[in-house]
Design a binder for this molecule. Structure first.
Ligand SMILES: Nc1ncnc2c1ncn2[C@@H]1O[C@H](COP(=O)(O)OP(=O)(O)O)[C@@H](O)[C@H]1O
Ligand SMILES: [Mg+2]
Length: 249
């Protein structure tokens, strides 16, 4: 079995008396989509925040590319190649898709402030940004403002930014949220291809998408992983059916 890209061991996080993360262990292997599902309030976003570095765990270890990243902040984790998209979009709405990616590339290069016009002419920013848009299938929409993109395209743009930042793994928290069936379908196809670029830890409520995409699924209930397995294993797991899938009849 290949070495995991991301390896989480015995993670715990409490908010007062509430145990939001209860001894969670899971890993993400090269080329896979590992879906994380569970009812609202199960602790999925809390877990993503801890992996991304925006929330400190109470205890436990997070290893990324063989390295303990527990002491690193968000920018350092991003620089190492941990890409995430947000439940709430972080795009600059009035800027074109291209400019959004270029600003991210500029931030990565750590260059000091320059006027936007100078930035837009800079090929060392423009070329990698265009390449990232190409990879996510948004090259033709490069000059459309982020605000005018469809919901699904904005997700793709966020992923283009993560790619331009050199991401080696993706943390996606409910990318299908607020999308119609067509958008979800398009994004499903897109994510299916993305796993070859970098593995994905995918938090998602859309079970059609999860069952279509996941190589493995972990089920989180009250902060605890109650099962990890293939789609078939999870579908037929009696504990999962009772605790979660049963909700839907
Ligand atoms: N910053 C916080 N302070 C206190 N409680 C929180 C905080 N963030 C999340 N929680 C609580 O932790 C639990 C897990 O939340 P969350 O991770 O957002 O769940 P999910 O993403 O699975 O819906 C919920 O009960 C939520 O109310
Ligand atoms: Mg959430």
């Amino acid at each position: 079995m290949a070495e995991p890209i991301l390896d989480i061991r015995n993670l715990n996080k409490s908010f007062g008396a509430l145990k939001a993360t209860d001894n969670v262990s899971l890993d993400l292997r090269p080329g896979e989509i590992h879906a994380l599902i569970g009812p609202n309030g199960a602790g999925k976003s809390t877990l993503i925040h801890q992996i991304a570095g925006s929330l400190r765990p109470g205890s436990g270890t997070i290893r990324f590319l063989g390295r303990d990243i527990g002491a690193l902040g968000v920018p350092e984790r991003t620089r190492l190649g941990l890409g995430r998209t947000f439940q709430i979009s972080s795009l600059a709405p009035d800027y074109s898709a291209l400019r959004n990616v270029m600003l991210a590339v500029q931030a990565r290069q750590g260059t000091s402030f320059r006027f936007v016009k100078a930035v837009m002419r800079d090929r060392s920013l423009r070329d990698p940004a265009l390449e990232a848009l190409e990879r996510v299938g948004l090259a033709e929409r490069a000059h459309v403002s982020a605000a005018e993109l469809s919901h699904g395209e904005r997700r793709q743009l966020e992923i283009a930014i993560a790619l331009a930042l050199g991401s080696k793994a993706f943390l996606l928290d409910e990318p299908m949220a607020g999308m119609g069936p067509e958008g979800s379908k398009a994004l499903t196809t897109f994510l299916d291809g993305l796993r070859a670029e970098a593995p994905i830890l995918l938090v998602e409520h859309d079970m059609d998408a999860v069952f279509a995409l996941a190589d493995r699924i972990s089920v989180l209930v009250y902060g605890r992983v109650i099962a990890t397995g293939t789609v078939e294993e999870i579908r037929h797991n009696p504990d999962v059916r009772q605790a979660y899938l049963g909700e839907e009849g």
